[in-house]
Design a protein. Structure first.
Length: 412
C-alpha cells in the first residue's frame, strides 16, 4: 500500500506540473495534465467504492464546495433537459463535477505543496516566452492569436498573479533568491496577457494586486513594496511605447463615447448590446430562462424594435458569464454560477482566518482567493465557461489548490 500511495503521489505531481507548464504552450495545453489526473482520479474513486474505502468523512468535511459544484452541474443538466437542448452542452459542467474526484485522489495520495511552488512560476515564465516569440519573432498580430487569445490572455494573467503570491510566500520564509525568480516569472505572465491585447484580463488587475499586497502586508517592508511599485512602473513605461497596446486602450475609450452617442461600433459596443439582450431576457423569463433557439428569436425581435443592433445578435453567448446564465437558466442559473464563486471564496477566507500563523495555509488560501476573484473578473466580459479552456482552468486549479489546503490543514 505504501508503494501504491507513493506512485499515486508521483503521478499527481507529474500531472500538476505538466498542467501548469504546458498550459499556454499548445492550443489545448490545458488538457494534458488535467485530463490525465481526472481519468486516474475517477478510476481511483471507483476503486474506493469497490473496496468500500470510507470517503464519506472527506466529503462531509468539504461539503460546501462539493454541494456548490454539484448544484451547478445539476442546474445545467436540468435546464438542458427542460429546454430540450443537445446533451453535448453538459460536457463542461460534467467535467467540472468529475473534477471533485481529483480532491479525493490528492488527499489520499497526500501530495506535497512543492510542485506548485515550481510549476506555477515556470508556467508563467514559459507563457511569457511564448508570447514574446509569437509577437516579436513570428510577428503575429497578438500573442496566442492562433488559439483562443481572450482565454489565453486571462489565464496568463492568472499565472502571473499566482507567481507573485508565491514570491511573497517565499520572501516570508526567507527564500529570497527563489522569490526574486518567482517575481520575474510573474512579470512574464502579466506580459503575456498584455501582448495578447485582450483587455478583459486587465480589468481586475489593480484590485487583485491590492488584495495580494494587503494579505501579505505584514511582510512588506518599504524596500520590498518599493521594488514592487518600481517593477510595475518600469513595466508600464516600457509597454507605453507599444502602439498597438495604446491603441487598444484608446479604442476602449472611444467605444464607450460612441456607444453613449448611439453608435455601437467596436467590441465594447457589442458587449453592451449583448448584456442588454440578457437583461431583457431575464426580465421576460426570470424563472424558466430561454432555450438557445428561443433566445435567438428573442434577439431578433429586440433588433426589429431597434433596442439592440442586429449585427450583435449572431453570438451564441452574451459575453458575460453571469448575464448569460441568468438569461438562459433564470434565477436558478444565477444562484448556481454565483455559488461556484462565493462558496469557495468564503471558505478560503475562513480557513485563512482560522490558521493565521500557518504560512502554507496562508499561501494556499491566498491562491484560492485570487483565483476566484480573477475568474469572476474574466467572467464580466467573457463567457469564460463556454469554452473548455476556461472551464478546465477554473475548476481544476480550484480543486487542486483546495486539495493542497486540506492536506496542509490535516498536519496542524
Amino acid at each position: 500500500m505504501i508503494n501504491f500511495e507513493k506512485y499515486c503521489r508521483l503521478f499527481a505531481n507529474v500531472s500538476i506540473f505538466c498542467f501548469f507548464t504546458l498550459l499556454l504552450v499548445f492550443p489545448k495545453g490545458y488538457n494534458y495534465g488535467s485530463t490525465a489526473l481526472l481519468v486516474v482520479s475517477v478510476l481511483f474513486l471507483l476503486y474506493t467504492i469497490y473496496k468500500k474505502i470510507n470517503i464519506i468523512g472527506l466529503v462531509k468535511q468539504n461539503k460546501s464546495i462539493f454541494i456548490a459544484i454539484s448544484f451547478y452541474f445539476l442546474t445545467v443538466l436540468f435546464f438542458i433537459l427542460f429546454h430540450g437542448e443537445k446533451m453535448k452542452l453538459i460536457d463542461n459542467p460534467l467535467r467540472a463535477f468529475l473534477f471533485l474526484s481529483v480532491t479525493i485522489f490528492m488527499v489520499y495520495s497526500a501530495v506535497k505543496l512543492d510542485v506548485l511552488l515550481y510549476s506555477i512560476p515556470l508556467g508563467s515564465f514559459i507563457a511569457g516566452l511564448v508570447a514574446l516569440y509569437q509577437y516579436y519573432i513570428l510577428h503575429l498580430p497578438a500573442a496566442f492569436n492562433e488559439q483562443m487569445k481572450i482565454q489565453s490572455g486571462d489565464i496568463a494573467m492568472s499565472l502571473g498573479l499566482f507567481s507573485l503570491v508565491i514570491a511573497l510566500y517565499l520572501f516570508e520564509i526567507k527564500q529570497n533568491k527563489f522569490a526574486l525568480l518567482a517575481v520575474i516569472a510573474g512579470l512574464f505572465g502579466v506580459l503575456a496577457s498584455v501582448l495578447s491585447f485582450t483587455r478583459g484580463g486587465w480589468i481586475g488587475f489593480p484590485i487583485i494586486l491590492i488584495t495580494i499586497l494587503y494579505i501579505y502586508r505584514n511582510i512588506l517592508s518599504k524596500k520590498l513594496l518599493g521594488a514592487v511599485v518600481l517593477s510595475i512602473l518600469i513595466g508600464g513605461i516600457s509597454l507605453s511605447t507599444n502602439e498597438q497596446l495604446i491603441s487598444r486602450i484608446l479604442d476602449a475609450k472611444n467605444n464607450l463615447i460612441h456607444y453613449s452617442e448611439s453608435s455601437k461600433d467596436g467590441s465594447i459596443g457589442a458587449r453592451l448590446d449583448m448584456w442588454k439582450i440578457g437583461i431583457h431576457a431575464l426580465i421576460e423569463h426570470p424563472i424558466s430562462g430561454w432555450s438557445l433557439r428561443e433566445l435567438d428569436e428573442y434577439k431578433k425581435s429586440l433588433a426589429d424594435k431597434g433596442i439592440v443592433s442586429r449585427e450583435f445578435t449572431v453570438y451564441s453567448h452574451l459575453h458575460n458569464q453571469f448575464i448569460d446564465e441568468l438569461a438562459k437558466k433564470g434565477i436558478f442559473g444565477g444562484v448556481a454560477i454565483l455559488g461556484i464563486f462565493i462558496v469557495p471564496l468564503c471558505s478560503f477566507y475562513r480557513k485563512q482566518k482560522t490558521f493565521p500563523n500557518n504560512k502554507k495555509i496562508k499561501l494556499l488560501t491566498t491562491l484560492g482567493i485570487i483565483h476566484v476573484l480573477a475568474t469572476m473578473f474574466y467572467c464580466l466580459t467573457q463567457a469564460f465557461f463556454a469554452h473548455n479552456s476556461g472551464n478546465v482552468f477554473y475548476f481544476f486549479v480550484l480543486l487542486v489548490v483546495w486539495s493542497f489546503m486540506i492536506n496542509e490543514k490535516s498536519k496542524v
